[in-house]
Ligand binder design. Structure first.
Ligand SMILES: Nc1ncnc2c1ncn2[C@@H]1O[C@H](COP(=O)(O)OP(=O)(O)OP(=O)(O)O)[C@@H](O)[C@H]1O
Length: 255
């Protein structure tokens, strides 16, 4: 499908394509320039780059929450799931009712809501916590609820905006494994923002590196490692070589 500058056009289900994309905010801040990036159906792409280089802006454009000022963004017409930096749960609702929220807003019938809720809770390892309130959960569990809530939409495209940045290292590692398990069990097109290079390589089929603001793509590293990915993959020589490659590109792009 064709598209003109500063418009979003929805194409086939799971693909995301940015062509010569730029974003200047109303206050004159140029967040992005000349971004060329194609993410195909079934890829899991992590995006790393210095703080403020426009990673969240890129994800917001992919989700339709924001628009580019120049260039094109073409996004598949499938369902989009979005997980934010905060779990954004409603504190008065139980886990089960939080997970059902987006389906309620979409008018999904009760019985189907319950089925999709249970399936999603199983996938993120929270079966048994349906009646808990958010205040009874750890930070990692809250994030699992947030992922389960997005999963109920059966996303073709799953956008993650640094969801594990505030978690301790062990919880983050466990959740990384969960995400790769979910990806293997129910494939989607993933875009994942992180500052953590280990996390980026562990989760992804490809890591894209951006320069400092205004952000543009400075390079990418393919991650040809099979799924599922066990935690001790991090000690594998092939893994550490990929981490060094990403780290080198990041340094180049920041200098
Ligand atoms: N609505 C807005 N109006 C003006 N400037 C904005 C707006 N949103 C973001 N910016 C600026 O655009 C730049 C890119 O922001 P963005 O949040 O996309 O970066 P980021 O790479 O995700 O940052 P971080 O890694 O710190 O989360 C930043 O300088 C930010 O201050």
């Amino acid at each position: 499908m064709t598209m003109t500058a500063s418009q979003l056009v929805f194409d086939d289900a799971g693909s995301v394509d940015f062509h010569d994309l730029g974003k200047v905010f109303a206050n004159g801040t140029q967040a992005l320039r000349n971004v060329d990036l194609s993410v195909g159906s079934g890829e899991f792409v992590s995006i790393v780059g210095p703080s403020g280089c426009g990673k969240s802006t890129l994800l917001r454009i992919a989700s339709g929450l924001d628009t580019p000022t120049t260039g094109h963004a073409t996004v598949g017409d499938g369902a989009i799931g979005f997980v934010f930096q905060e779990a954004t749960l409603l504190h008065w609702r139980t886990v089960a009712r939080n997970v059902e929220l987006l389906m309620e807003l979409q008018g999904v019938p009760k019985r189907e809501r319950a089925e999709r809720r249970e399936e999603a809770l199983q996938l993120v390892g929270l079966d048994g916590f349906q009646k808990h309130l958010p205040k009874q959960l750890s930070g990692g569990m809250k994030m699992r609820v947030s992922i389960a809530r997005a999963l109920t939409l059966n996303p073709d495209i799953f956008l993650f905006d640094e969801p594990f940045g505030a978690l301790d290292e062990l919880t983050r590692e466990r959740l990384n494994v969960e995400v790769t398990n979910v990806f293997a069990a129910r494939p989607f097109t993933g875009m994942f923002i992180t500052h953590n290079i280990f996390e980026a390589v562990f989760l992804s089929t490809r890591v894209v590196v951006m320069s400092g603001r205004p952000g543009t793509v400075v390079g990418e590293v393919q991650v040809p490692l099979p799924f599922p990915r066990p935690l001790d993959l991090r000690f594998d020589r092939a893994f550490t070589r990929l981490v060094s490659e990403v780290s080198g590109l990041l340094r180049e792009g920041s200098s």
